[in-house]
Every structure is written in structure tokens, then in C-alpha cells.
Design a protein around this ligand. Structure first.
Ligand SMILES: Cc1cc2nc3c(=O)[nH]c(=O)nc-3n(C[C@H](O)[C@H](O)[C@H](O)COP(=O)(O)OP(=O)(O)OC[C@H]3O[C@@H](n4cnc5c(N)ncnc54)[C@H](O)[C@@H]3O)c2cc1C
Length: 417
């Protein structure tokens, strides 16, 4: 690998300007954009791929894990998109509905359009535009080359804290002892054809004979929506998805595992199922966490800690797929806890809020807060916070929490106590 640097300096046309620029259109980014737009702010969302929903669509996740507080935009999404799964009250906790990632992708396109959010697809963040320690926009790679997008507040929802890293916000990754992150998984689907199918095992794949030989050492699949579709979460590749070499290895190794697992399932339990869909990219659970004004810890989760500046709540378990890539998963039930606003705020960089799985949290704490519903909740809070910062002309760190809670309530967010 080369070890020298090239200095780049060039003029970049400004393509758009908005009050709020959201980078990344996963659960956090879509909710952040809706939250800000509903406060009357011109909002632009930049998404690297051709679809919204992040891991939930692109990674083929297809299940909303239960969080114990079905509220805000997440509740609205359930009510519109999966009305049969809508619980009567916001704190009926057990729902973990499955969904079609293709239908969610379509739903989110329409939802953001209705909310008046300008979504730019195939636009990848490249660099933060800074005035001293304040982020004032981003440079992005578009289908027409580099373009600038100016904003009064930028919300980093890339999952990898890409904007924050570029703006100089300190980050950490993985376990305290060795920095290892949760492994990656390429999700796929199989379809029941009603008759035995041709089995295909490419030469470089593994012929598993026993369940213990599988990458996760277990069968982890669900029959979906009574339509003969099997959702399969059975590949596992060690590595950090925000690193060039790790993701390069993971994309090839995970696909090799897909064909190996498919062949195993066809031989053992699903002789009539064909491989019908493979996610467009390997699913990434954990990469960079910002070091923010507060870092959520395991103790906060296990003690059920409550915070005055709460912005999201969950009782989803500690759920750590083994970072060494071996077949274990650490799963521990929780009663419920709060996530404070300060976890989304860098200490020394202004004009930037970080929402979604890359907030300030330890490896153990992020294993619980990373699920989609929580990321929607954090995103919605970030969008509203950005709007308040603009309206009151203060940095996001100095907004009134009372005002934040009041506007969140107006957007349907209820907290369980
Ligand atoms: C294999 C797997 C299984 C999972 N199972 C479940 C489950 O069953 N239930 C559940 O609720 N959760 C599950 N999760 C967790 C959940 O899907 C994610 O943690 C959640 O989607 C994170 O949301 P996010 O918005 O923070 O980030 P992401 O979903 O990662 O979205 C980030 C978005 O930012 C975009 N982006 C990234 N870089 C750039 C850039 N430079 N420029 C522009 N855009 C960019 C990406 O394309 C993406 O759209 C699973 C995750 C994985 C990987």
C-alpha cells in the first residue's frame, strides 16, 4: 500500500443549499430529514445508493426488532406501512414485524417526497466544509462529479460517522480490549418453488455437513409473510465494514458463504427453495462511534438509566454477534433505558449532529441501540434539534431541551416512564 499523500485543491460548484443537510438515508437519516422538514426547514438528504432505508432495505434486514416504545415517526411508519402490526399504545413492547425490503424501499421514496424532503440518490459524502470548527456543508461525489451542498446544520447519518471523522471528531471502534467490531452478514432470501430444485455449489464454496460447521453455528432463518419466502441471516464475516481491506474481503467471503449455506439448506431442510435474492451489499453492524458529549455505557443499559435530555428509549437486548467471527452470540435481556441527546453531539465541532448507530456509545451499548426503531427515534430527534438550533440561532449543543421535548411531542413522540 502506498504511504504518501496528494493534496487536492479545486473549485467545486454548489449544487444546492438548505437549512439542514442530512447525509445518509437509512433509518436515522430518513427520520432526521422528516423531523427537520416538519419543523418548516428546507431539508436535503444525500444518499450514497439508489435507495432509502439503509441496512433495513439495502442490507435486506427485513425485520424491525422490538424496542418497547413504538412512538414518533417509527410508529407512523408502522401505522402506514404495516398497519396490522400497530400496537394499541406506544409502550406495548412485543412487536417485531417482518416486512418486504422492496416494499419499504418504495414506501420511503413516497414518504420523503410527501414530506417535502429533497432526496439526492447516488450522492456520496466526500468531505466536510468547515469554517473553523463549524461544519457549514459538505462536498459530495455525484453522477456529475464533485458538488457542494451548503447547510446551516449537517446531520451525519452515514452509520460510519463519515462526516464526523472528516470534520475531526474523535471516534472509537469495537471492543475496548482489541477494537474488534461485530461481524458482517450478507442477508439473502430463498423461495419455495413447490418442487425439488437444482442444487448449485460453486467450486470454491464449502459443503457443510453439520450445523456446527455453519458460519454462525446455527440455523437462523424465518419464514416470511406466508408467501414461501425464507429470510436467511446465516453468514458471518469478521471485520470492520468502515475499513477498505475488511469490506473488500467481506463482500467476497460473504457471498461464498451464501452459496455454501443455500446448498446446506437445500440438502437438509429446504429442498424446494431456490436462492431468490441476495442483498446488494454485505450488512454492516458496527463501525465507528463518535466520542460525544456523553457516551452510553453497558451500565446505563443494565441499570435502566433515565436521562433528563432523553431522545430515544429502547428495551432491545444486548445483542453481540461474536467480533472474532466465531459462532457465539452474546444476548442479554434488558428492562429499558434512555438515550440522551448528548450522545449525538460532538464535543468540539459545531453545526453537526450524529444520529443512528454511530452515536457515542460503547461496543456493548451500541449492540442494543443499533436496531432500526431506535435509529429512527434518534434521527427524528436530531432533525428537530437541528431545526431548533437554526430557529434560535444557537449551536445544536445549546438548544433548549424543554423545547426539543415539546416539538418531539408535537411530532408524536411519547416517552415511557
Ligand atoms: C445483518 C444485519 C442484521 C440486522 N438485523 C436487524 C433486525 O433484525 N432488526 C433491526 O431492527 N435491526 C437490525 N439490524 C440493525 C439495523 O439494520 C442497523 O443498525 C440500522 O439500519 C442502522 O441505521 P442507520 O440509519 O444508523 O445506518 P444504516 O442503516 O447503515 O444507513 C446508513 C445510510 O447511509 C448511507 N451512506 C453511508 N455512507 C455514505 C456516504 N459517504 N454518503 C452518503 N450516504 C452514505 C448508506 O448507503 C445508508 O443508506 C441488522 C443489521 C445487520 C447488518
Amino acid at each position: 500500500m502506498a504511504n504518501h499523500e496528494i493534496v487536492m485543491q479545486r473549485a467545486v460548484p454548489v449544487h444546492d443549499a438548505a437549512d439542514v443537510i442530512v447525509v445518509g438515508g437509512g433509518p436515522a437519516g430518513t427520520a432526521a430529514a422528516i423531523g427537520a422538514a416538519r419543523c418548516g426547514r428546507k431539508t436535503v438528504l444525500l444518499e450514497h445508493t439508489g435507495q432509502l432505508g439503509g441496512m433495513g432495505t439495502l442490507g435486506n434486514v427485513s425485520v424491525f426488532m422490538g424496542v418497547g416504545n413504538v412512538t414518533g415517526i417509527y410508529r407512523e411508519i408502522i401505522s402506514e406501512f404495516l398497519p396490522n402490526s400497530l400496537p394499541g399504545s406506544h409502550h406495548e413492547s412485543a412487536i417485531a414485524p417482518q416486512y418486504s425490503p422492496f416494499e419499504l424501499r418504495h414506501y420511503l421514496n413516497g414518504k420523503l417526497e410527501k414530506e417535502g424532503v429533497q432526496v439526492y440518490y447516488h450522492v456520496s459524502f466526500v468531505s466536510a466544509i468547515m469554517e473553523q470548527s463549524r461544519v457549514t456543508g459538505v462536498i459530495a461525489n455525484t453522477r456529475e462529479g464533485l458538488r457542494a451542498f451548503e447547510g446551516r446544520v449537517v446531520i451525519d447519518c452515514t452509520g460510519d460517522a463519515r462526516v464526523a471523522v472528516d470534520a475531526g471528531v474523535p471516534t472509537r471502534s469495537g471492543r475496548d480490549e482489541d477494537g474488534l467490531t461485530q461481524p458482517m452478514t450478507l442477508m439473502f432470501m430463498m423461495q419455495d418453488t413447490g418442487k425439488p430444485v437444482r442444487q448449485y455449489l460453486p467450486e470454491d464454496c464449502d459443503r457443510y455437513e453439520k450445523v456446527e460447521q455453519l458460519p454462525q453455528g446455527r440455523n437462523l432463518h424465518w419464514s416470511m409473510m406466508d408467501n414461501g419466502t425464507l429470510l436467511v441471516n446465516m453468514t458471518r464475516v469478521k471485520g470492520n465494514g468502515a475499513r477498505i481491506e475488511d469490506i473488500n474481503y467481506a463482500e467476497k467471503e460473504a457471498l461464498r458463504q451464501v452459496f455454501s449455506v443455500v446448498n446446506y439448506l437445500q440438502r437438509t431442510s429446504h429442498p424446494n427453495h431456490i436462492l431468490s435474492h441476495v442483498a446488494g451489499q454485505v450488512g454492516v453492524r458496527e463501525t465507528n462511534q463518535i466520542i460525544g458529549r456523553y457516551t452510553l455505557t453497558e451500565e446505563d443499559l443494565t441499570s435502566g438509566r433515565r436521562f433528563a435530555d432523553v431522545v430515544a428509549q429502547t428495551n432491545y437486548e444486548i445483542d453481540i454477534h461474536s467480533p472474532t467471527g466465531d459462532a457465539n452470540t452474546d444476548e442479554r435481556k434488558l428492562d429499558g433505558y434512555d438515550i440522551p441527546y448528548r450522545c449525538m453531539l460532538p464535543a468540539d465541532v459545531n453545526g453537526l449532529i450524529v444520529a443512528g448507530r454511530s452515536i457515542s456509545a460503547t461496543h456493548v451499548a451500541m449492540s442494543s441501540m443499533r436496531v432500526q426503531a431506535t435509529c429512527y427515534a434518534l434521527g427524528q430527534a436530531a432533525g428537530i434539534a437541528a431545526a431548533i438550533a437554526i430557529e434560535t440561532d444557537v449551536p445544536p449543543a445549546d438548544i433548549s431541551i424543554a423545547q426539543l421535548h415539546s416539538l418531539m411531542a408535537r411530532q408524536g413522540v411519547l416517552f415511557a416512564r
